[in-house]
Design a protein around this ligand. Sequence first.
Ligand code: AMP
Length: 436
Amino acid sequence: MSQKFAAPKGMNDLLPPQIEIWQVLERTARELFGTWGYSEIRTPIVEDTALFVRSVGEVTDIVSKEMYTFDDKGGRSITMRPENTAPAVRAYIEHGFAQQPVTRWYYLGPMFRYERMKTGRYRQFYQLGAEAYGSADASQDVENIALAWHYLKAIGVQHVSLHLNTLGDSSDRPKYLEALKAHFAPHVGTFSEIAKETFERNTMRLLDTKDEALRSLVESAPSLSEFVGEAAKKHFDEVKALLTALGIPFVIDPKLVRGLDYYTRTTFEFIYEPPAGDNALGTAGTVCGGGRYDNLVHELGGPEKPAVGFAMGLDRLVLLMEALGKRPERRPVLFVATMEGELKVHAVKLVTDLRAQGLSVDFDPRGGKIKRQVERAAAVKARHFFVYGQAEHEARAFKIKNMDLPDGDPAKEVTVPLDALAAWLLNAAQAAPVTP
Ligand code: AMP
């Protein structure tokens, strides 16, 4: 008996034609990030559970509720990576890169979080991230932010704005937490159960709660900026000045605390702020989040090495590109209709030769009536079409039809000799590139 299956909930098959957008995003990333001096790393999909507990933080949503954790056959607790900053730091220390002055890495791959699903929020999703280790200077923060900014520009998404904040140094944090707790404490009795738990476990996260009942209380909460020490303040001023010098606009967002424990000083997000009526991302508007994490390398057993990085949500960028109609069309430059017998062998050989020369050429392996093969050529949006028949074989020349021109157009049909075919097609393909 046969049985049908569906992909696991919240995990998507990435298929044609949408995969073309993924490929553009990936190709652009590799080119741009490479140019900016970031090298690719690929770490395992799973890590020791303790790595995430230690780095992301025990009381964060990710660690307390969202991780895919299991015991492997050897009884070790393993977790499917919910993010890639901690695995990157683990690798950076493990393989001795922490001995080098400056290291810049990027990664691209699937992450896993057991989340409540909605538009732009999945359980397997893809992040493109960039991490820079070794410098505490503001120019390193700004380089990292500028890379994200230029990437978003390169892929052509619009209406994305940069939100910026500073969390101060970790030594500034206890005083602020005290003030925050004092602010919320008198009202905890009126909180929802979830808000109560957040108050108890991770008070700072109340600042970016979606709970409307808490809105005015959050508005009047003390601002972290009042508690930021002189050194972190100066650093933040430098970051802002440099961004301004680079012409990168930003808004200061004092409530931007981010969900991971390891951040210090600069934090930032790129948020999609859609024009009225556009709902491409629903409420999942953050396309990129990042910041400085100056203590993490040391906390994971390495030397004192400041670092800064970001992670971009590729699923959300694909949704945006799709909404903008930015899906590249991959069109074969030629479709060859085949006859049966020996002629089919010649036709398949020609198709294979042309493909080997880098030309996108298609045919229908089922063969059959020419009319049906023409329909197939139209379905795959081939630009040109010809029949490999006996007469063509003997004349060593093909009557090429331009599928984009109407019947009766004088340029609809041209005859091209076999010897000139590849060059002719190459010219036609270059005149209409397959990617934007
Ligand atoms: P984070 O690692 O939580 O800072 O997330 C960085 C970026 O990854 C976010 O801004 C999103 O664009 C993306 N992201 C995070 N979680 C998800 C998810 N569950 N589904 C899709 N994208 C996500």
